[in-house]
Design a protein around this ligand. Structure first.
Ligand code: MG
Length: 312
């Protein structure tokens, strides 16, 4: 069986946008350098498989993420196709690089917690906005679309539980700066379904509708699809996912990090929700990428559909 039987659940969205993060979020933690030509082919194959949005890379300082030091080269190789693909820009220097290449979609990356802001952004939770404000304003003035990621929305490895009000307040500040979409990240994969429902409801109560939100789940504890289901019931129509489940969790001893795009496609297909992705092409792409990385995909769906990816 290469596709599930379609049995819709009443009340769910008719269509969902899958925001593919494999080339950026998936590859950024890879230790051995992936050749730029392989990254280019990866992006092109993901687009050909029908993924509507593929975040291609990050214009982070190469010392921080050596794997993505070829960001400008990759975007040049992608040419006109690349102009419509989002890239992460951590600050104004990153934005300058994106603007120089004529890119049209950028994303910034914030933290819901104090400790992760200190560790990942090297500044306090409050001071992160002083970095984002000129980045977002200049991008908007140049006609670019800006997405905002918010990490540690469901738990923080140093602080533990993260209050809903703190996540909502931080997210609102990012939207108020001018971001068009807020992606709520479960960076360590600890969220469970009721928590997802409660957070989406807390945003709604603060005047942030489901149309402004995306959900970014990690499968570290096997909860990602359950959390997507909660998101669908709450009306969320954008989900981040990584082809083949690329990108382990840097904060847990787990090979499983990002929700695998194939697993998400299997769920959406079974629910009769439109997504536009060809699962066979996507699995072939992830298997091909797994070959380049030298280890099988952690995605359950990739392993079920491609015997070569199964550990046996
Ligand atoms: Mg992720």
């Amino acid at each position: 069986m290469s596709l599930p039987m379609v049995v819709p659940e009443p009340g769910l969205p008719a269509r969902v946008t899958i925001y593919e993060v494999g080339p950026r979020d998936g590859l950024q933690n890879e230790k051995s350098a992936v050749p730029t030509a392989v990254k280019e082919e990866f992006v092109r194959r993901l687009l050909a498989a029908g993924l509507p949005v593929v975040e291609a890379t990050s214009f982070v300082h190469p010392d921080w993420v050596p794997q993505l030091a070829d960001a400008a080269d990759l975007m040049q190789r992608l040419g006109e196709t690349g102009r419509d693909l989002p890239v992460l820009v951590p600050n104004e220097r990153g934005l300058d690089r994106a603007l120089a290449l004529g890119l049209r979609h950028v994303a910034v990356f914030g933290s819901a917690t104090e400790t992760f802001a200190q560790r990942n952004l090297n500044r306090s939770h409050d001071a992160q906005f002083a970095m984002f404000a000129p980045t977002v304003h200049r991008a908007r003035d140049a006609g670019l679309d800006v997405r905002a990621y918010l990490s540690m929305c469901f738990g923080d490895p140093w602080e533990g539980a993260v209050p809903l009000e703190q996540v909502v307040a931080t997210g609102r500040r990012l939207l108020d700066l001018g971001a068009s979409q807020l992606s709520l990240g479960d960076t360590i994969g600890v969220a469970t379904a009721g928590h997802v429902t409660a957070l989406v409801e807390a945003f709604a109560a603060a005047g942030v509708g489901s149309d402004l939100l995306a959900l970014h789940f990690h499968d570290t504890y096997g909860q990602a699809l359950s959390n997507v289901q909660a998101g669908l019931r709450a009306g969320i129509t954008t989900y981040d996912a990584s082809a083949g489940g690329l990108g382990g969790c840097p904060y847990a001893h787990s090979a499983t990090g990002n929700l695998a795009t194939e697993d998400l496609v299997w769920l959406l297909t079974g629910l009769g929700i439109e997504h536009g992705v060809d699962l066979t092409s996507l699995v072939a792409t992830s298997s091909w990428m797994a070959g380049h990385l030298g280890r099988p995909s952690p995605s359950a769906t990739v392993r079920a559909l491609d015997p070569a990816q199964s550990p046996g």
